[in-house]
Ligand binder design. Structure first.
Ligand SMILES: [Zn+2]
Length: 119
């Protein structure tokens, strides 16, 4: 009997409809991060035994990217979430810590700053 993945959009579907794409990497390095940080982010994985979080693509169904939490030894699936929703939640949490500007605000160094406008 084929194992099932509980897709949040399609319901329980056979594993053959999905394509595993590797474990969920840590946070993306800054754009200007050193080359070694980007190398590690793109290529290095822990490949740990036991419970892992992995990106899976539901290519035979809704074509959404999912985060599947499963045990690499027993293949038991512990949970499935929408990868996009997880990324948006992470971005919103990061934005809460940053300075936000509203339309009409004076931006430091912007064109409406005294002496900051280009001729
Ligand atoms: Zn699906």
């Amino acid at each position: 009997m084929a194992s099932l993945i509980p897709c949040p959009f399609c319901g329980p579907r056979p594993t053959e409809e999905f394509a595993p794409r590797g474990d969920v990497a840590g946070p993306r390095p800054a754009v200007d991060a050193p080359f070694d940080d980007w190398h590690d982010y793109v290529y290095l994985r822990d490949n740990a035994r036991g419970r892992n979080r992995e990106h899976w693509h539901h290519q035979g169904g809704c074509r959404r990217w999912l985060i599947v939490e499963r045990d690499t030894v027993t293949h038991v699936v512990h949970g499935v979430t929408d990868a996009r929703a997880a990324a948006l939640a992470r971005r919103d949490a990061e934005e809460d810590d940053s300075v936000m500007f509203e339309p009409g605000d004076s931006v430091p160094g912007g064109p409406d700053t005294e002496g900051g406008a280009a001729p």
